[in-house]
Design a protein around this ligand. Sequence first.
Ligand SMILES: [Zn+2]
Ligand SMILES: [Zn+2]
Length: 748
Amino acid sequence: MKPAYIRVIIDRAIHRELDYLVPDSLAERISVGSRVRVPFRDKSALATVVATLEQSEAEGIRPIEAVVGEAPVISEPLLELAKWMSAYYCCPLETVMRSLLPQVIRRAEIGWKKQLFVQPSHKIDKSEPDWQKEIEKLRKRAPRQAELLEAISQLKTPIPAATLLRKVSLDNQTLRALVKRGLAELREEAVERDPHADEQFVATTNLEMNAEQVIALSKIEEALASPENARPILLHGVTGSGKTEIYLQGIRAALERGRSAIVLVPEISLTPQTVERFKGRFAEAQDAVAVLHSHLSEGERHDEWHKIHSGRAQIVIGARSAVFAPLKNLGLIIVDEEHETTYKQEEAPRYHARDVAVVRAKIEKCAVVLGSATPSLESYHNATTGKYQLATLTQRVDEQQMPLMRIVDLRQERRKQKAAAILSEKLSQAIADRLEKREQTILFLNRRGFSTSLLCSNCGEARNCPNCSVALTFHRHMARLSCHLCGHTAAVPKKCPACGRDALIYAGFGTEKVESTVAQFFPKATVRRMDADSMTRKQAYRDTLLSFRAGKIDILVGTQMIAKGLHFPNVTLVGIINADLALHLPDFRAGERTFQLLTQVAGRAGRGETPGEVFVQTYTPFSPSIQFARHHDFAGYFQQELEFRERCDFPPFKHAILITVRSAHEGRAKLSAETLVRRLKENLGTEFILGDATPAPLEKLQGQFRFHILLRGEAIMRLSRLVRETLDKLPFPEDVTVTVDVDPYQLL
Ligand SMILES: [Zn+2]
Ligand SMILES: [Zn+2]
């Protein structure tokens, strides 16, 4: 049926849907999910069709201007998902659309890459020219043209002109001259930008699985067989228990049923190593695996998206936003490291990709697997209450031992060394021992830079960021102070700007300081650092990992970047320089994060023949998350953490919504926040818990003063709606910004 009218949402925050008339000439090309250009006020705007209508009650209805792109870009299930997100995350549908469709697709400005191909040309008559004769004729007058013609005449098939010119080291001008003489021909062809074109993937076959893995895989197969009533599967497997093998065979099972699959991994784990494992297993069809990550160019993103949308790729592996990959016939979604907080997007729409994956699976009737060595409290709670199924892997593959965890009490160390220790005696002995045995060490610290602050020992003043309420960090390699929140940098003052005395001292330490201390302690060892500062070049990450794997680095110092899923058989020692950093954050998930981090980092030790050893340096050796992690006791940790959450009305027992009110003007931010609390009090009723407006722990960020309002309750959809209604009716001063974060992870 040809639509007479359509309902659209336009790419602007106007918070409502609009109706338009469809001219007969365009009707054939329009359906739900199409992109169109429409007149809006006195301009034109891009929009997405959300419904086709036979009639419309709207007044002053106008016809659309054009259809953008060839096929509908959004399927109906994805549109349904977008509507759910809009309601759940308390956020306008057009904002959701911005995440759902990559910008390059929404705008439809970048197309296929065109490349010039070159081939020999037949001069004048149709008969095969005598190339040798033509070349000789040119030899004297234009030797370079002769040389190029020689290369061209040998081509069996057309090849990209740029490639040929590079090979023979000749320039474009020479080629143009040959074309002018009618001896060579150029033709434009569309080519796909393949970010992995230069790489070779070695085909791999299924690995043998142990009994626990077989059981886990059979749960996936059951879910694929009857997806209508399948519950999400939580795959809880200790580090090194072979979860990836289950994913790979699960995907194979989905493909055999003619269905497609999405694999979500945290951005940081989307390493060449990970991509290789997936591309390698499905190497029989290189095109079958599409990779989506933030380093793609706009053009590459365009091509990968179309590869998925057209059905040529059946497997998508990617970070957070790959949960929206436009696959048809979706059969399986895998969320690896489901506890990772990077799945939560920290700007609108503030969605959590794991939760969106579970909802998409429900809408598309497909299986969903959430995997982790340290499941989030929310997911594990869902598994113990029966909302999810649980599959457990307790054994490391090849029966490797879990690493031995030793706790080092830094309070005693401080007494011994008379200063805050970076390396305890025990840890440095262990490193020396590894160096002797030619085994490798990883040292982990969750903090970048050299010193965390520059203090005046005379007046006590610290150098703070002028825009944010945090201290500036000293980076030795660039010899400057820098703010990790807003990027502000400053020169290091010679004297204290407050009191004028020459009394500045560096306090606290980051990865850069650890690197230099270790290098001093072990001058013969090769030490490398891996963090956001040292890995600014795209290739640096890969190079460092390759040399580490090849055994050219003895000690690797780093942040989270080294904590994730890396597999190095020769690493037998992991040192956690300071386990307390997360514990002191004003965040109800602090204990959970510490437990997860310790377990994940420890999992890097002993993945080969030799058992691993882990040293955890801490000022709070008896804190529960450290003790439970030490004994690899997930169940014990889960139980005590769950009791704490229930006592305090935190997730998973209650949902939370965090409202942030900010302004460059402190008084206006405060007043607006207090007014909002009063209005919410009137509208919410007693089933919800409403906190007061309080200054955020991070009071000032990027020049803005910030106030928090925390709401909690069980009926999150209702709470979300009431918050939206309250906000819509409340006018805020122009310089006040209000953001709503449903199921927040960032409480600073
Ligand atoms: Zn001073
Ligand atoms: Zn700052």
